[in-house]
Design a protein around this ligand. Structure first.
Ligand SMILES: C[S@@+](CC[C@H](N)C(=O)[O-])C[C@H]1O[C@@H](n2cnc3c(N)ncnc32)[C@H](O)[C@@H]1O
Length: 204
């Protein structure tokens, strides 16, 4: 169980437009992002110790948070959408694991330092929180990050702000050990994927 303080939001702080948009997308019973965890997570699951606390940022319907819980992590799923998190809890029930969930606006969330052994962030980009993500990991902890790159603008009407530059994740986590990294532009999809480990104090 995550023992840190969860800063539940007051509505006035909540990014209401985002919340309404995502609550409406997740409003049906169908899982719009599927129940299967992302391939980058399952393909690199050999790196997961299954020990300690994990957080899935912008976890949506919870496919990756549930996978972390299945691997043995005590997992917190946070997202701006209560509907998404409701489905995440249902998925956890279905898979016989427990996850903690909290409705959080990542624009306005106070990250605890050195709190998590594993941070997951898939298909979400808010570069202002890169330093917070680095700080909330414990030394030795792992970050799995995957989201769209600038190449995806060829295939979508995404705003430039919503996509990574080439090598941006490498730069954001340059003080970590980069364990695995790729950039893919294939089949009308373009994204970057990273696994990195925060250095222990003795390595700095
Ligand atoms: C494309 S979905 C990705 C969901 C999940 N990570 C996955 O890959 O299945 C983006 C998610 O970001 C969440 N989100 C958007 N803005 C947010 C914010 N300011 N704070 C927290 N979550 C946010 C949405 O509710 C949505 O679940």
């Amino acid at each position: 169980m995550y023992k840190g303080t969860l800063f539940h939001l007051e509505t006035r702080h909540m990014s209401l437009k985002d919340k309404e948009k995502w609550d409406s997308k997740y409003g049906g019973t169908e899982y719009i992002t599927s129940k299967e965890p992302c391939a980058w997570l399952t393909d690199n699951a050999d790196l997961l110790t299954g020990k300690g606390l994990a957080i899935d940022m912008a976890s949506g319907e919870g496919r990756n948070a549930v996978f972390a819980a299945e691997k043995g992590y005590e997992t917190l799923a946070i997202d701006v959408s209560a509907n998404g998190l409701g489905k995440a809890r249902s998925l956890a029930n279905e898979k016989n694991v427990i996850i903690e969930t909290s409705v959080v606006d990542l624009d306005d969330w106070k990250f605890e330092q050195n709190a998590f052994d594993l941070v997951l962030c898939f298909n979400f980009l808010e570069r202002r929180i890169f330093p917070d993500i680095r700080n909330t990991l414990k030394p030795g902890g792992l970050i799995f990050y995957e989201t769209f790159t600038i190449d995806y603008l060829k295939y979508s009407n995404f705003k430039r702000d919503w996509v990574l530059e080439h090598n941006e994740l490498l730069e954001a986590f340059s003080e970590f050990h980069i364990l695995r990294y790729r950039e893919v532009d294939h089949d009308n999809k373009a994204f970057a994927s990273l696994v990195a480990r925060k250095k222990n104090d003795s390595e700095n």
